[in-house]
Design a protein around this ligand. Structure first.
Ligand code: COA
Ligand code: MG
Length: 292
């Protein structure tokens, strides 16, 4: 069964203090960064710190992920060689623009798994689409490899790449945000929404989570401890939503038994698409253990 990834908290890989802090937060995944959160002069230090953290800290049930530098940056091989000695649960790949880049990392992981005697395919991949070319190629990226559990949408880098200005409403990245979640659904991957950079605007974060969830996203990246609980709550179906979904499914079963496909329920037309949506709400709630 797919791992639950509502909140995925980033921290610079050279900060053992922040990694340690994250192991005590209710975040589903911890992303130790080697890319843009780490200065060029500190990449080696960060690799060593991440290996130390993987070996020495108790992460509990939290997923242990490492974001390496982009394929083609010249840093990715050293990143991979170093961090795989700590056996993370998965890698996050930034600025992915082609299936070939995903496959290259997957093949490297396969070699490590084989050499270490780990199960084939055990190390997972989450890929960030955050450039114009990545958005254009999102379909081949989503389809690239069975190791890919999730597509992540990166709005800040994309805006930079496109010459767009970020706004609260986010229309400048709406096409891309929609393309990523659609490709993820088509290939049965999870979809993770972009970071929310205003560390103090909890209402804004909550609204953005709500919108992302309405679009079909299943989780959101976090960059500060205080964002984690807001994100978890937003991506966990409420008890009320679960109860409503159950009532709908029961009503549908009664109508089917009576020979009706479509029917009116609480003033609205209900047929199969709504039932599938209700089943998804219940499936999500089951995964995170809420509202039962
Ligand atoms: N993960 C874990 N702990 C974090 C954290 C994070 N992402 N961000 C902050 N903290 C910790 C701090 O260490 C501090 O704990 P301490 O007082 O015990 O040291 C506490 O939470 C409060 O932090 P605060 O003072 O509010 O923030 P800051 O000024 O120290 O840091 C940022 C602000 C933006 C630098 C920091 O939140 C951060 O590093 N975020 C992630 C950046 C990143 O990884 N970017 C790349 C991906 S987009
Ligand atoms: Mg980025």
């Amino acid at each position: 069964m797919a791992r639950v990834r509502r909140s995925l908290l980033f921290m610079p890989g050279d900060s053992l203090r922040k990694i340690e802090k994250a192991t005590r937060l209710p975040t589903d995944s911890i992303i130790m960064d080697l890319e843009d959160g780490v200065a060029f002069s500190r990449k080696a230090e960060a690799r060593a710190t991440i290996v130390e953290a993987l070996a020495g800290l108790d992460f509990g049930s939290r997923e242990r992920l490492v974001r390496i530098n982009p394929v083609g940056s010249g840093l990715e091989t050293a990143d991979l060689d170093a961090v795989m000695t700590g056996r993370p649960d998965g890698l996050v790949l930034p600025k992915v623009e082609s299936a070939g880049q995903v496959q290259k990392v997957s093949e490297a992981l396969a070699r490590v798994e084989h050499a270490q005697g780990w199960p084939a395919g055990a190390v997972r991949m989450l890929v960030i689409v955050e450039t114009a070319l990545g958005v254009m190629n999102v379909r081949e990226i989503a389809a690239a490899d069975d190791r890919v559990d999730a597509l992540m949408f990166g709005a800040e880098d994309l805006a930079g790449d496109m010459g767009a200005t970020r706004t609260a409403e986010g229309w400048e990245v709406f096409y891309a945000r929609s393309a990523v979640v659609t490709a993820a659904a088509a290939y049965r991957r999870q979809a993770i929404d972009t970071v929310f950079v205003d560390l103090n605007d909890m209402d804004g974060l909550q609204r953005e989570c709500q919108r992302a969830m309405q679009m079909g996203y299943t989780g959101k990246m976090a960059i500060h401890p205080r964002q984690v609980e807001v994100i978890n709550a937003a991506f966990t179906p409420s008890a009320e939503a679960v109860a409503q979904a159950r009532r709908l499914i029961e009503a549908h079963a009664r109508q089917q038994a009576a020979g009706a496909g479509a029917f009116a329920y609480e003033g609205k037309m209900v047929d199969m698409p709504l039932i599938r949506a209700a089943e998804q709400v219940i499936a999500r709630a089951g995964l995170v253990g809420s509202g039962s």
